[in-house]
Design a protein around this ligand. Sequence first.
Ligand code: GCU
Length: 626
Amino acid sequence: MTCFSKIFAGGRIGCRNAFVSFACYAVTLPALAQQPLKTLLVGVDHRSVMSLNGDWHYLVDQPPAKGLYTAEGKVRDNGYALNTHPNISSGPHNEEYDFATAPTLKVPGDWNTQDPTLFRFEGVVWYQHDFDFQPKPNTRTFLHIGAANYRSFVWVNQKRICDHEGGFTPFDCEVTAALKAGSNFVVIAVDSTRQVDGIPSVGIDWFNYGGLTRDVSLVTLPMQFIDDYDVHLKREGTFSAANADTLAGYIHVEGATAGIPVTLQIPEAGVNTTLKTDAEGRASFDLKASKLDLWSPETPKLYKVELASGQDELTDDVGFRDIRVDGTRILLNGKAIFLQGANMHAEAPYRTGPACTDEDVKNIFGFLKDLNANFVRLAHYPHDERMERAADRDGIMVWSEIPLWQHISFDKPEVYAKATYMLNEMIRRDRNKASVILWSVSNETPNNPTRTQFLTNLANEARKLDPTRPITSALIGPHAKGNEMVQHDPFADALDVVGQNEYVGWYEMRPEDADNIKWTLPQKPILISEFGAEAKQGIHGGKDQRWAEEQQVNVYEHQFVMINKIPQVRGLIPWILMDFRSPTRNIPKLQDGFNRKGLLSEDGKKKQAFYLFQTAYKARSVGKAE
Ligand code: GCU
């Protein structure tokens, strides 16, 4: 394996949805102690690549997935990965699988919404794809997978290439030695089984779409290539618009030793410099631009950044801005801002399934602009890279999060290792996107010392990886004592911005009780990171009729009264922009497998609450930037 070496150790329980029943069984698979990826290519979406998107043959490997796992739970290399073909016209009897005559699934995409027989399937599906390739001398080729949910195992021409765990971040595996001139094939087993020690774990409130859910491509590069870079506005002690013209960061050249030239050009900013790599192949810089128009929602200016070293060159579109916390304020380019946003799962409008196409992203950002939003929380995991690219272009600020959702095995070192490499994958992919202003390490985790230490370490890890952005997390709401809501969670001490989830008027108390609630919250910028109520679009009734659109509006109207009394609130993030699939939401005729807290239905129909926020955001009538 070339991406990273991994040792499985430990055991866990795998729970799988077979078609009709829920089968939990002990899988003696050791836990994954995955090292950070050696190669994680930044800027792949700006490189010319050989796309492998399209029709892939697939075969379902029902539990216990003997095509992939041995009886001891180890990954076998002599199963479906070999992509051989059965003798059907003569003996001797051999294989009992055949990709060549198997049906196909579209990649990128999930299997749940493409094959109705797999709607509730949770387990292993094999993908196989043939492709022609002509290796070029003195090049290296990587298989780039935008995301595969949840664990994936990759072979090319029968050679084991790499594995990956984590359903929402990209990974790259070198396939140079496995490729040959002419026809080749890739086989990928994707196991969507939720794992108790997974991230997320097993009890999630969203649909566990399995598959090669984002773009797949081959990236061919020179022997030395730019795999990572960070180009940002230098953070001085205090921000001053007058001298916000210094850029800092680094360019890393994989395979380079010290003294290799690297050029950095940003023509529109008057930057044209040649740097030299250090012994680790990294070329750092700190330089003045001639002039910079700073990125903001009002002026989402992006600059063409051109990087080159040896035979390699690539460009990116990068915005420059300063984001920081000052007391209880959030400052963008030195100016206090108020975040008027919404939460969003990576659910594709109109068709459901993972949002992974230009069309999906255009629809989602159309909703956000229509809402007069300037912010979006991409819950609860990194979304398709297209989302942050659209946010950069459209001037929508982003909260980006890794899926440490509620109950995680915080007591296991291997789970901390997974969390750190997922954090690394998220930050590496999106650190050059100005729209991303917050990194979040978790959502609604239980308040106990083991979890607090784990997440505090993770928050500090995020600061080491990226000292230019505030760190946040969404905390679970405290229970009311009379009219008092007091947030005691010590993890808030480790955060720069505190996300506060609360559902007054839906999960607890009556909507009108919100008018009298007195909150005690940390003296930091507070974002109301989840609040809302369910309503089925099209059901109308009185303001107290549960599930009616009018009731949802009533909850929010009382919420606004409450929130306006909290001086340090710097943002509203209603849960959620659009109804989304969730296997735990099973009230027939009301939910039918959807969480109905959306301001829109899954087919884009606005509920009355959408107009409430649209008006409030236009009038900036709730909350203050300072
Ligand atoms: C929680 C959680 C969400 C969930 C929501 C709900 O706060 O963070 O993921 O969907 O509440 O219950 O609707």
